[in-house]
Structure formats: structure tokens, C-alpha cells
Design a protein around this ligand. Structure first.
Ligand SMILES: [Zn+2]
Ligand SMILES: [Zn+2]
Length: 62
């Protein structure tokens, strides 16, 4: 698995204030890029993408 530069087509355009994760983008740690992609795996290197659901867990545990 390695970056074939396919991910560049899907690279995320960062908004002014919110983070990439907040905008629903996913990060590929092999390509080292945030992409706008609906799939679970990177279309480029096939790595499972990292997402951070934006919900606060502070008050909801225990
Ligand atoms: Zn890539
Ligand atoms: Zn990738």
C-alpha cells in the first residue's frame, strides 16, 4: 500500500473556521491528506480512513 496520488483529486478544501473532521472529511495516514470521500477506505492506497465523529463524550459516559 502506498500513495498513488489518486487522493489528490479528492483532497479537502479547508473552510475558514471548522476543522477538517468537523466538515466530515477523512484522513489517510499513508497519503497524509484529508479527503472528501464517502467510502471507508482510501480510494488511493486502500487504507481504512480515520474519522472523528464530532460528538462530545464529556457528559455521556458513566
Ligand atoms: Zn494517496
Ligand atoms: Zn491513502
Amino acid at each position: 500500500m502506498s500513495c498513488k496520488n489518486i487522493c489528490e483529486k479528492y483532497s479537502a478544501a479547508k473552510g475558514r473556521r471548522s476543522s477538517y473532521y468537523a466538515q466530515g472529511y477523512k484522513r489517510c495516514s499513508i497519503c497524509e491528506i484529508f479527503i472528501d470521500w464517502d467510502g471507508i477506505r482510501c480510494p488511493c492506497c486502500d487504507l481504512v480512513l480515520r474519522t472523528v465523529p464530532h460528538e462530545k463524550t464529556r457528559d455521556s459516559d458513566i
